[in-house]
Design a protein around this ligand. Structure first.
Ligand SMILES: Cc1cc2nc3c(=O)[nH]c(=O)nc-3n(C[C@H](O)[C@H](O)[C@H](O)COP(=O)(O)O)c2cc1C
Length: 186
C-alpha cells in the first residue's frame, strides 16, 4: 500500500512536516509512506492552465497528479494561519480539484496542534467538496509537547509514535475495507 504524505508548511523544521516524516519511519509492514517534496514548487493555480487535454498543465502539477494517482491514500498535515489554511496548501489542493486522480481518494488528516481547529474544519470542508473519502478513524491530533520536535524525537516518543502507528493502521484497514469510511465525500 502506497501513501502520499503532504505537508501544508513550507517552513524549515516544520512540525507538520516532522510529523509526516515520523510516519514514514513508523509505517507498518506492507505500507510505504513517501512525502511530496514541496508544495512550494507549484505555480499559482490558474484554471486557464488546467485544461481537459492537459496541454497547458505545468509539468510539476502533472507530476503531483501522477503521485496522487499512484497513492492508495493521502496523509495530510497542515498548520493554521490566521484561522485558515496556508495559501500554498490551498493552492496545491486547487490544482487537484480538476484532476481525475483525486476524487474518491482515501485521506487521513492529522495535526500536531489541537489549537488549529479552523484549519482542520476548512480542510475537511474542502476535501469533502473535492469528493475525497475522509477516514475519520485515521484523522487525529497527535499533540506535540514542544513545537520544535523533529522526526527522531517523535519516533522515540512512545505516546506520539503509538498515535501515529494507530493512524497508519486505521488507514490501511479503511483502504482494505472500502465501507470503513468516514464522513467525507458521501
Ligand atoms: C502568520 C501566522 C499566523 C498564525 N495563525 C495561527 C492561527 O490562526 N491559529 C493557530 O492555531 N496557530 C496559528 N499560527 C501558529 C502556527 O500554526 C504554528 O506556528 C504551527 O506550528 C506552524 O506549523 P509548522 O511548525 O508546521 O510550520 C500562526 C503562525 C503564523 C506564522
Amino acid at each position: 500500500m502506497n501513501v502520499l504524505a503532504i505537508s501544508g508548511s513550507l517552513r524549515h523544521g516544520a512540525s507538520n512536516t516532522a510529523l509526516l516524516d515520523a510516519a514514514i519511519r513508523l509505517a507498518p509492514r506492507g505500507m510505504s509512506v513517501r512525502r511530496y517534496p514541496s508544495i512550494g514548487a507549484l505555480p499559482h493555480f490558474n484554471p486557464d492552465d488546467d485544461t481537459l487535454g492537459q496541454r497547458t498543465l505545468p509539468a510539476v502539477v502533472a507530476d503531483l497528479r501522477a503521485l496522487v494517482g499512484e497513492a492508495d491514500a493521502l496523509l495530510l498535515s497542515t498548520p493554521e494561519y490566521a484561522h485558515g489554511l496556508p495559501g500554498a496548501f490551498k493552492n496545491a489542493l486547487d490544482w487537484l480539484v480538476g484532476s481525475t486522480e483525486f476524487p474518491g481518494k482515501p485521506v487521513a488528516i492529522i495535526s500536531p496542534s489541537a489549537r488549529s481547529t479552523y484549519a482542520q474544519a476548512q480542510l475537511r470542508e474542502i476535501l469533502t467538496t473535492m469528493s475525497a473519502r475522509i477516514i475519520d478513524q485515521a484523522s487525529v491530533v497527535v499533540p506535540f509537547m514542544r513545537r520544535d520536535m523533529d522526526a527522531d524525537e517523535i519516533v522515540a516518543d512512545e505516546v506520539l509514535a503509538g498515535a501515529l502507528r494507530s493512524v497508519l493502521t486505521e488507514l490501511a484497514a479503511a483502504v482494505g475495507h472500502p465501507d470503513r469510511s468516514g464522513s467525507g465525500g458521501e
